[in-house]
Ligand binder design. Structure first.
Ligand code: CMP
Length: 139
């Protein structure tokens, strides 16, 4: 089924100039980048985006990390886009990620793990709307 998902290339990735290498892995799955922009998140935006995690012990560190430099937010489209993107990202903890994945190859730690991807189609719709208007997405 044709889906969209939200992807974020995190500050550890932009800092090390890895956006092209990561995009090549994403595009290698067949997913199409139909929206993309490089932005500096405000603290308020980062807190709102990750509000589901606000009770977690890592929440404050996560917010500080996500505003420590620019991110690239993306809309990916294709068959089973949510799962396809999660497969190429690999496990949250790079030590547990399979060797071919983005996180195994590039992540620095469980926090600075290079990429975010929506975990369901429902959340994807919410997360895409958080960053993109319709005219910023072009198939
Ligand atoms: P992400 O997929 O963006 O969703 C929540 C983020 O919290 C996660 O990736 C990690 O970057 C970060 N994080 C930091 N510490 C942890 C932890 N112990 N468990 C899960 N996520 C963590």
């Amino acid at each position: 089924t044709l889906q969209r998902t939200l992807s974020i290339l995190k500050p550890d990735a932009t800092r090390r100039n890895l956006t092209g290498k990561i995009n090549a892995l994403i595009e290698g799955t067949g997913l199409k980048i139909v929206g993309q922009k490089r932005i500096q998140l405000s603290k308020q935006q980062a807190e709102a985006f990750y509000s589901v995690h606000k009770e977690r012990p890592f929440f404050n560190d996560l917010v500080e990390f996500m505003i420590s430099g620019p991110v690239v937010v993306q809309v990916l489209e294709g068959e089973n886009a949510v799962q396809k993107n999660r497969d190429i990202m690999g496990a949250t903890d790079p030590k547990k990620a399979q060797a071919h994945t983005i996180r195994a190859q590039f992540a620095e730690s469980i926090e600075a793990n290079s990429v975010h991807g929506s975990d369901s189609a429902e959340n994807a719709a919410i997360e895409i709307r958080f960053f993109f208007s319709d005219i910023e997405i072009c198939v």
